[in-house]
Design a protein around this ligand. Sequence first.
Ligand SMILES: NC(=O)c1ccc[n+]([C@@H]2O[C@H](COP(=O)([O-])OP(=O)(O)OC[C@H]3O[C@@H](n4cnc5c(N)ncnc54)[C@H](OP(=O)(O)O)[C@@H]3O)[C@@H](O)[C@H]2O)c1
Length: 290
Amino acid sequence: MKCLIIGYGLLGKELAVKMQEKGIEFSVASNDINEALGNRVDITSKEEAGSLLLQHKPDVVFLTAAVTNVDFCEENSQRAFDVNVSGAKNVAGACEEHGCFLVFYSTDFVFDGKKGNYSETDLPNPLNVYGKTKLEAEQAIAEAVQRCLIIRTSTLYGQFEPVENTAEKKKSFVQWVFDSLKAGNEIMVVTDQVTNPTLVDELAEASIALVGKKAKGLIHVAGRTALSRFQFAEKVAERFSLNKALIKPIETAQLGQAAKRPKDSSLSLKKLNSLGVKTKDIESALKELA
Ligand SMILES: NC(=O)c1ccc[n+]([C@@H]2O[C@H](COP(=O)([O-])OP(=O)(O)OC[C@H]3O[C@@H](n4cnc5c(N)ncnc54)[C@H](OP(=O)(O)O)[C@@H]3O)[C@@H](O)[C@H]2O)c1
């Protein structure tokens, strides 16, 4: 199996680590990658996406490239649409043309969060631009590519954290909690946003396993425990022996974030589990990270 990972951020880097460990042949490409590591590609260009696949002729493409900062997407909707929808369509079109299997990553933010424990058959209803772009991409990919796997995941964390805190590149939640508490700073964390935090290591492992099992269609892949951001921050503090008292509760409405957040976008993992793939509970996942 020859793989191509597009997007070299949190997930792309972890997929590369796992493939290296497993002896899987792979290449990487991203828009701002060191050319010693992989190819530069801007997926918003149909030509660049097409020639990348022509050059590498992969069996499987893992499309992780996206604009992932939810508030940035809200304030820059054209950019979010260009990368997350048009870019995904460009890669999907090239996959179909070259007969590649496509693994695409979507989000729990396709749901409005009124229900929680969402299964793959529940109706999406995104509240923000990011969720809308990812849902539109899911639908376009399912139409354009015969052989594809669409993985919805949630709240990624892991060891490869972008360090610069610019508009598109921001620290993951775990890194922010860890850095703040270690520095002795108080943090305000919301009590009314529930998700399944996902160790990126587990997502990469599950993605490769699902491809090996020839899984197709839509599948939720996330950490086993659903909990609020506040509870998640407390778990991080407990795991790394940091001062929990510095974590102060706040409600989403008080935060004034640009993008609306679903209250409970937790994902049901029944389908994943039925395929023989299990993810860890939050304590075990944080233990592994530590
Ligand atoms: N992170 C989460 O909590 C989360 C939750 C649910 C779903 N997801 C989904 O999971 C996937 C992976 O997320 P992640 O956390 O690994 O994202 P990430 O760390 O933000 O990485 C995204 C990568 O895509 C690259 N990229 C952005 N625009 C591009 C373009 N036009 N052409 C080529 N490459 C481009 C970025 O490069 P630059 O950094 O140089 O721009 C970066 O290397 C995404 O599809 C995301 O929507 C993530």
